[in-house]
Design a protein around this ligand. Structure first.
Ligand code: KG4
Ligand code: ZN
Length: 335
């Protein structure tokens, strides 16, 4: 079963070929970061137009890399949501048109399910049940996963997502967009203990998060100590986020009695977070699983893979819709 996957929910055009027998055959990505950078964030209309420009070329390129052509495809998967409506429509329209013209199914995929299942593209593969920590630019959630489509929300952010906090902190420190990698890079030159920032909700008994106050605390600190202290502030901020994410993830494992943790989404690329989770997990005899580093942020591989598992939801009629807002727990179970 050869599935072409298209990811166009935000500012990366991701395309990949996943074969259910042979695994990931090829993947290609075009990041729009440079285009949006001068506006300090993603401009939705520009994002849609750029996806239209890039996607066909990327499809040709992954097929070429794998030595295959369109007629070899068995299905086309695309991100149906959540995400930017216009950007989603590009991928959904392209995938559905392509599938209809080839007489093969088009499979709508939930973007976060893609992230959630992406650690299955690495070895060793985690087997359910496990706790998933989903940390992206738009979401921060802890889920209990009992199988594909068997998701129970344990806790989530009440305001900003962890990635959003990185992006806003980057802006306050004059680092531009996107913020995560830039803040992490600057933090590596800073003293994380020089300034103390709050650990929002770390002590609360729930598994929910809150990052809006942390951003305000960073703003107050920047005003007080000035931009020369940027590296120390970045390090203090990163440590606060890592403390909260790791603390809540361990609490979720203890609360559920599960022993495996899966980390997915852009912030999962953060090295300090990974080091901390690994260290704490060793202490408690838990195991932590990550996607391959290049598949932490948005990509087509996770969409092709999730699509291959969700053939039952496919459409053959060329029709499509997008779901800019869509809860992961609404997905039907597979099998
Ligand atoms: O999963 P993703 O690519 O897109 C969404 O679905 O949102 O996540 C993007 C987010 C951005 O907020 C970005 O700043 C953050 O992930 N990010 C990082 C790192 N790499 C990306 N945050 C912290 N450290 C990183 N190394
Ligand atoms: Zn994402």
């Amino acid at each position: 079963m050869l599935v072409l996957g298209l990811e166009t929910s935000c500012d990366e055009t991701g395309v990949a070929l996943y074969d259910s027998d042979r695994g990931l055959l090829a993947h290609a990505l075009h990041s729009q970061v440079a285009m949006h950078a001068e506006y300090g964030g993603v401009v939705p209309e520009l994002a849609s137009r750029d996806h239209i420009r890039r996607a066909p070329r990327l499809i040709r390129s992954v097929l070429g890399d794998a030595g295959l052509d369109l007629n070899d495809l068995d299905a086309v998967a695309y991100t149906q949501g959540p995400g930017l409506a216009g950007a989603l429509l590009v991928g959904a329209g392209l995938a559905s048109g392509l599938a209809f013209s080839l007489g093969i199914p088009a499979i709508p995929v939930h973007h976060l399910e893609g992230h959630l299942l992406s650690p299955m593209l690495a070895e060793p593969r985690p087997s359910p049940p496990f706790v998933a920590l989903l940390v992206s630019g738009g979401h921060t959630q802890l889920m209990r996963v009992d199988g594909v489509g068997r998701y129970e929300l344990l806790g989530e952010t009440l305001d900003d997502a962890a990635g959003e906090a990185f992006d806003k902190t980057a802006q306050l420190l004059g680092l531009g967009y996107p913020g995560g990698p830039a803040v992490a890079q600057l933090a590596s030159h800073g003293d994380a203990y020089k300034y103390k920032l709050p650990r929002p909700m770390l002590a609360s008994p729930t598994l929910d998060f809150s990052f809006a106050g942390l951003k305000t605390a960073v703003l107050t600190l920047v005003k007080r100590v000035g931009p020369d202290a940027a590296a120390d502030i970045a390090a203090a901020f990163q440590l606060a986020v890592v403390d909260v994410l790791a603390g809540k993830a361990m609490a979720a494992l203890k609360a559920t009695g599960l022993t495996r943790l899966v980390v997915a989404g852009g912030v999962g690329a953060n090295r300090e977070l990974r080091a901390r989770l690994d260290a704490e997990a060793r202490l408690h005899r838990f195991r932590v699983f990550y996607p391959p580093l290049e598949l932490c942020t948005d990509n087509g591989a996770m969409i092709a893979y999730a699509g291959a598992l969700r053939l039952a939801q496919a459409r053959m009629d060329g029709g499509f819709s997008v779901r800019p807002r869509w809860e992961l727990a609404e997905l039907p179970p597979v099998g």
